[in-house]
Write a new protein. Structure first.
Length: 243
């Protein structure tokens, strides 16, 4: 016969396992809503679940919605909410590399909408770099963080004052972009980001390399609603090369 204490312990363990399974299932529902383009619903559900993973997904959904879908007048509140959810995702689990990546993503979108001077005053550029470097420390083979950090360094390379303020530049940009491509040669976002950056970073062969990478990105089917938006970005970048 099972003793009462043992029974209670097993019951508690069972409840914990059930809760973990339910959280995992609900987080998958957040991801499904994101993939289907139900970004606000994904954000609401991710916030309600409240785990680091679900909060990171919620922040990412708001970053995509704020950039591609929201009316201009509504973007800033959406992105501010995304920044807050990303902060909570990191606080919930400081070892979750995706939380740092989504923090960089949504903070970057926020910075695009507040103006350069305010972004400088708030130290946004350094925050984005720090988030991405944290993600890579936790997962050195995380292609999305490498390509985002490569893009960050490419932007720094464009401006002498930015290079002085933040360090890094062209060499770091090429390293992280190349590392991302090595890790994920068939990932649409990697090919796109490398393609649009290489023109600036390689004055000799940049346009030819950009066309090659963007053409490869164009041929990869979109896996979800976000990549449908990204596909349009690829087509726009290719059209710009043709001009």
């Amino acid at each position: 016969m099972i003793e009462r204490k043992t029974f209670r312990a097993l019951a508690v363990l069972g409840l914990c396992l059930f809760a973990a399974g339910a959280a995992a299932q609900t987080t998958e529902e957040v991801r499904q809503k994101f993939d289907q383009g139900e970004f606000l619903e994904a954000a609401d559900l991710g916030e309600a679940v409240g785990t680091s993973e679900s909060l990171a997904l919620a922040a990412g959904a708001l970053g995509v919605y704020g950039h591609y879908v929201a009316d201009k007048s509504a973007r800033l509140p959406v992105l501010e909410r995304g920044v807050e959810l990303a902060r909570r995702a990191v606080e919930a689990d400081t070892t979750n590399f995706e939380a740092y990546h989504q923090s960089a993503h949504v903070v970057g979108r926020y910075a695009e909408n507040i103006g350069k001077m305010k972004a400088v005053r708030e130290g946004v550029a350094a925050d984005i770099r720090d988030f991405l470097e944290a993600a890579i420390r936790l997962n050195p083979d995380y292609a999305d963080a490498h390509v985002a950090l490569g893009g960050w360094h490419a932007e720094v390379a464009r401006n002498r004052i930015a290079r002085w303020m933040y360090g890094g530049g062209k060499e770091e940009a090429l390293y992280h972009l190349s590392r991302a491509l090595e890790l994920a040669p068939d990932e649409k976002v990697v090919l796109y980001e490398y393609g649009v950056r290489i023109q600036q970073l390689d004055s000799d062969n940049g346009q030819a390399r950009a066309r090659e990478l963007l053409t490869r990105a164009k041929e990869i089917p979109a896996k979800n609603a976000y990549e449908e938006f990204l596909h349009q970005d690829v087509l726009t970048a290719l059209a710009a090369l043709d001009k």
